[in-house]
Design a protein around this ligand. Structure first.
Ligand SMILES: Nc1ncnc2c1ncn2[C@@H]1O[C@H](COP(=O)(O)OP(=O)(O)OP(=O)(O)O)[C@@H](O)[C@H]1O
Ligand SMILES: [Mg+2]
Length: 410
């Protein structure tokens, strides 16, 4: 065979198969003695090779068509919308989910600008999404309010994927999902959270009002009477001293005077506890410090107060609630702990904000406090509930002989 008649790209495996096929066709092969016989043989083998290549090509085409059909079905039946946009943001391709999300049949959707379906107020965000996707070449995500063709609004998540710059043409692939339900739930959750916050604020306010009223009633209604009673008794004592046989009577009066003085002290203590501190003047730290000083004067227990950012202010109801928690902790120390030192640490600069009260007293068995084994005792429960009301939580550490640590995180 001359060089001109040789195939340009011979595949040795295919050639071998073609030779075998030819061998099966003709029962006995005569030796190719002449050039003509050899050329005839070569041409026949070549023909068989071509037929085989043809068959392979046909099979590949069938497989390609099947794979294309599978891809088209997957593309169209995907639960999220797929869109391909040109560099001007015009829709070039859209799957069925995208068509149904935007409320148009495919033919009506193609060649429309996707910006037509983005809410007017968010056109800039949409533009930035396309731009940053083109610039950074990575998936960019945005959540935008959109509008269907019939005017119905919905929330969508858009994932804009690397712009394909093959053939010098930019294509932006977008995945579009309807997130209206999630947004609705987020909105409900936000509203609930702000409602709970408002209710907590009002609850704290109502409690404080009640404390104020009680404190005023105790002070105005009883303290003054007790003082008047004591003055009366002073007069009576003076008069009784002039009548020597009234000794017994005089002793009773002295006793009554003592009781009145005692009651007066208790009322003053109760009023001090009930008193709503003037948080508007100073922050939580100032109020805690001033209360700790009073507490030390009353109980003889030293209290160290620490605060990293003294001038930081929180919402008034939050400051008040945290103050009440510290107050209950200190009262518990005085009532139950037999502690020699108490340490209050306040850290408000970061969330969660942290208030900690630690004593080195006798401690107690937490499992007992958690069960109803102890009678009475609402302080710990109130503190926990207050912390939860504020959207935070309370941690309690204690063990017999190991002191007690209360940490509030809000
Ligand atoms: N700092 C502490 N040291 C030792 N024991 C404590 C301390 N704080 C609380 N306890 C124990 O935990 C129990 C429950 O405290 P809680 O504040 O709930 O109730 P209470 O102080 O007994 O009563 P209330 O606070 O209602 O006036 C207390 O009775 C006490 O035994
Ligand atoms: Mg208590």
């Amino acid at each position: 065979m001359s060089k001109d008649t040789q195939k340009p790209l011979a595949d040795p495996a295919l050639r071998l198969k073609a030779e075998e096929a030819l061998a099966e066709e003709v029962s006995h092969v005569l030796p190719h003695t002449t050039t003509l016989q050899r050329t005839e043989h070569e041409l026949r083998v070549y023909q068989i090779e071509l037929e085989m290549q043809n068959e392979q090509l046909r099979q590949s085409q069938v497989a390609l068509l099947a794979s294309q059909a599978r891809y088209a079905a997957l593309y169209d039946q995907a639960p999220v919308g797929y869109l391909s946009l040109d560099s001007a943001g015009v829709i070039e391709q859209a799957n069925l989910a995208a068509c149904s999300l935007l409320g148009l049949v495919r033919d009506a959707l193609l060649q429309r600008a996707l910006s037509d379906f983005v809410a007017a107020a968010e056109q800039d965000s949409y533009y930035l999404l396309r731009r940053s996707s083109a610039l950074h070449g990575q998936a960019q995500v945005a959540e935008l309010p959109m509008v269907r063709a019939d005017g119905e609004p919905f929330w969508a998540q858009l994932v804009a994927n690397t712009a394909d710059v093959s053939n010098g043409k930019e294509v932006l692939h977008l995945v579009l999902s309807d997130i209206s339900e999630r947004k609705r739930r987020e909105l409900v959750r936000k509203r609930m959270a702000s409602r709970i916050k408002e209710l907590s604020r009002r609850l704290v306010q109502a409690q404080e009002e009640a404390r104020k009223r009680l404190s005023r009633a105790l002070h105005d209604g009883t303290s003054a009477n007790l003082t008047a009673l004591r003055l009366n008794l002073d007069q009576i004592v003076k008069a009784a001293a002039q009548a020597p046989d009234a000794r017994l009577f005089w002793e009773r009066v002295e006793d009554t005077r003592g009781l009145i003085a005692d009651t007066n002290f208790s009322i003053r203590d109760i009023c001090a506890e009930l008193h709503t501190p003037a948080l508007d003047r100073g922050g939580l730290l100032e109020v805690v410090r001033s209360y700790a000083q009073q507490f030390t004067k009353r109980t003889g227990l030293p209290v160290a107060v620490d605060c990293a950012h003294a001038d930081l202010r929180l919402e008034p109801f939050l400051e008040l609630s945290l103050f009440r928690i510290v107050q209950e902790c200190l009262t518990n120390c005085a009532k139950h702990a037999s502690a020699s030192t108490i340490h209050v640490a306040i850290a408000l600069s970061r969330t969660p904000r942290r208030v900690e009260v630690v004593d080195d007293g006798c401690g107690f068995e937490l499992s007992l406090a958690a069960t109803d084994a102890r009678p009475g005792g609402l302080g710990l429960q109130n503190m926990r509930e207050t912390a939860e009301f504020l959207g935070g939580n309370l941690l309690l550490e204690s063990a017999p002989g190991r002191g007690t640590r209360v940490v509030v995180l809000v």
